[in-house]
Design a protein around this ligand. Structure first.
Ligand code: AMP
Length: 283
């Protein structure tokens, strides 16, 4: 497994891939890797000749009061995991390599970035869209894999890839969960044992809403109240709870047969902000 740390090295690597006709998959991450990340690397290895993983805690997607400085890191552990999952290249740049002096360009996706995390974390998706565009431009992969765990982010990346004609196949992968339902997240490491139990309310609330919809409930308010009941019982503070069109991310008042819908939550468990989402189908 090759380790790259400069943009020039990445561009030289990409040029070699293209000249030899090899298909490349890209898996961008912020590190502290878990099975969710590794599922993306393994799938990339199945679909392409090589998989590049990036490990970069992107400062521009963190707000001023967020957890940038204490975001968990374990570079050696991550490199071992990348290797065993089948990554062929890992890119671990310093922030100044990505944002050198004079850097002044950003990418903003105006529609699907609105609402949800876009509203609660101003500037977050501008940071995400800019860094992902840079990674796609320097690697020029055939495909790039992202988790549905960050559902709005996935829609933002699909939009920028289409709008900027980057020509990458964007693959969304299902959320990997603990056996009890908690979605894997690097931020779960912040949770105390009690908070870990409280955090189950997110996946349980979403599952309950999904089951209620399957049983015939169409009213968004009823479905959202079901989710909120789980958060309240677990004494978790809601950041948002929403039922939206799965493609446009516009809020829905009612489920309609044939219109794919998604229920999404962001909530604070203690000081830790967790997100989760699930598809909801009208029964
Ligand atoms: P992050 O390191 O949190 O920026 O995540 C890097 C990539 O891994 C993103 O595409 C995430 O959506 C994806 N990811 C994070 N958690 C999970 C999970 N539990 N299951 C599947 N993919 C995930």
């Amino acid at each position: 497994m090759q380790i790259l740390s400069t943009v020039a090295e990445v561009q030289a690597f990409s040029a070699r891939q293209w000249s030899t006709g090899k298909r490349l998959a890209l898996v961008p991450t912020m590190g502290f890797l878990h099975e969710g990340h590794l599922s993306l690397i393994r799938e990339g290895a199945k679909r392409a000749d090589g998989v590049a993983t990036t490990i970069f805690v992107n400062p521009t997607q963190f707000g001023p009061t967020e957890d940038l400085s204490r975001y968990p890191r374990d570079l050696q552990g991550d490199l071992d995991k990348c290797q065993s999952a089948g990554a062929t290249v890992v890119f671990t740049p310093e922030p100044k390599e990505i944002y050198p002096p004079g850097f002044q360009t950003s990418v903003e996706v105006t529609q699907v970035s609105q609402g949800l995390c876009g509203e609660k974390r101003p500037g977050h998706f501008k940071g995400v869209a800019t860094v992902v565009t840079k990674l796609l431009a320097m690697f020029r992969p055939h495909l790039a894999l992202f988790g549905e765990k960050d559902y709005q982010q996935l829609q933002v990346i699909k939009a920028l890839n289409a709008d900027l004609n980057l020509g990458v196949e964007i693959v969304g992968m299902p959320t990997v969960r603990e056996p009890d339902g908690l979605a894997l997240s690097s931020r779960n490491t912040y949770l105390s044992a009690d908070e870990r139990r409280q955090a189950l309310a997110l996946s349980r609330g979403l599952k309950a809403a999904q089951a209620l919809a399957k049983a015939g409930e169409r009213d968004a308010q009823v479905l959202l109240e079901r989710i909120r009941g789980f958060l309240t019982d677990a004494k978790i503070r809601e950041d948002y709870v929403a039922l939206v069109n799965a493609q446009t991310l516009q809020p829905l008042l009612r489920l309609e047969p044939g219109v794919p819908a998604r229920a999404l939550i962001a909530a604070f468990v203690g000081k830790t902000r967790l997100i989760d989402n699930l598809s909801v189908v009208a029964g």
